[in-house]
Design a protein around this ligand. Structure first.
Ligand code: BMA
Length: 375
């Protein structure tokens, strides 16, 4: 009897939150043929939204910001603009170790709550993963070796150990459920900035073929061994020089849903700004052109300028390029909470000299916030 009552309550609850709508008019198909129906809905929704504007994204927005950590409902973006970003970026580094907190001290259980809250508001969640070096136990940035990727591929000495790490990653994704127990669809931007040489999966650390094998092995394991089907997969290079360069390590259209790149404005001279504009524009051109050809969703995986020193960055530097190429979203990196990183922030905060420029950027019809993507 109790069981029956529980079942009835569950059915009513699920109808109330309309968790299981299906839409037969979906034209974009995620690469995972067994993807949950809401993954296909999310993918198609992102394409539709991209016709109306560019979603604003911010890394770790609900977890902390400049000068604060772990305050429910708080957000540097909301404190400036009155609304949450449409895209929430979160970071999985150290999930592979079975840790309770990620490498930036965010508790993984709280993170699941951030995912639930953002997606219940209609927001989109994307994950990065600065996983540790599985061969040395060092960080992602421990890239002195060029055998790490080879050692975790099938037949390698660290393969079994790495599968344990993937098990923990999979368990996290499998735990992402809404109030009705339905899997929450999210984007996984894995092994990012691989055309650079600062992570153990980077271009100086493995061959193009090894990188592709790493990608395919990870994805196949998550999908087929672990039954993770609530992910869209994002491929995000660092500064690419050409389409050929961008695709040199590309695992193939059948393994990628979302195409992006990460590129920052580094340095403060006029030459640095000019170089950033040139590089950012070229990368966005490469990504949007290949996305068009392959039917994928183009994004800017990460960008910004540390400490937002140029108070016209958003409207003066970024906006004209974004307007021309129209990626689905642009994600700004984190506003660090750590007292020893006072200048490590990529969006302003209330009272910062670039606040007005950021607000003007957000107020343009091109930029979409959480209110604009409400379900
Ligand atoms: C980097 C920096 C680090 C951080 C890492 C993962 O870009 O922000 O401080 O630990 O990302 O979020």
């Amino acid at each position: 009897m109790n069981n029956m009552r529980n079942t009835m309550s569950l059915i009513i609850l699920c109808l109330a939150c309309s968790c299981s709508q299906t839409n037969n008019t979906l034209s974009k198909t995620p690469i995972d043929k067994e993807a949950t129906s809401n993954i296909a809905e999310l993918y198609n929704r992102l394409f539709l939204l991209s016709e109306t504007g560019i979603l604003l994204g911010h890394q770790d927005d609900p977890a902390y910001g400049h000068g604060w950590f772990g305050i429910d409902g708080k957000s540097d973006v909301k404190d400036m603009t009155g609304d949450y970003p449409a895209v929430t970026g979160l970071e999985l580094g150290h999930i592979e170790l079975g840790a309770t907190h990620n490498l930036d001290s965010v508790n993984f259980n709280n993170m699941k709550e951030y995912v639930r809250e953002a997606s219940a508001r209609g927001g989109i969640v994307t994950f990065s993963w600065h996983g540790d070096n599985p061969a040395t136990g060092g960080s992602s940035w421990d890239c002195a070796q060029d055998t790490v990727v080879r050692s975790i591929l099938v037949g390698g000495s660290n393969h079994a150990h790495y599968l344990l790490w993937l098990d923990r990653l999979a368990d996290f994704f499998l735990c992402l459920k809404d109030d009705c127990g339905m899997p929450i669809p999210v984007i996984f931007r894995m092994y990012h900035e691989h055309t650079g040489d600062w992570f153990w999966w980077g271009s100086a650390q493995c061959t193009p073929d090894e990188y592709k094998q790493l990608w395919i092995m990870t994805q196949t394991y998550l999908r087929t061994a672990k039954n993770v089907h609530n992910l869209l997969y994002a491929y995000s290079s660092s500064n690419a020089q050409s389409e050929e360069h961008y695709l040199e390590r590309y695992p193939g259209d059948e393994y990628v849903d979302v195409l992006g790149f990460d590129h920052y404005l580094k340095g403060q001279t006029p030459e640095d700004v000019a170089q950033y504009k040139t590089d950012f524009e070229r990368n966005l051109r490469i990504v949007t052109a290949y996305a068009e050809k392959s039917g994928k969703l183009p994004i800017v995986g990460e960008t910004g300028e540390e400490s937002v020193w140029d108070a016209t960055y958003f409207t003066g530097i970024l906006y004209p390029i974004l307007q021309q190429y129209r990626p689905a979203w642009v994600l700004f990196w984190r506003n660090a909470w750590e007292p020893d990183k006072p200048n490590h922030y990529y969006l302003p905060y209330p009272g910062h000299p670039a606040e007005a420029d950021f607000k003007a950027f957000v107020e343009t019809p091109l930029i979409l916030m959480n209110q604009d993507v409400k379900l």
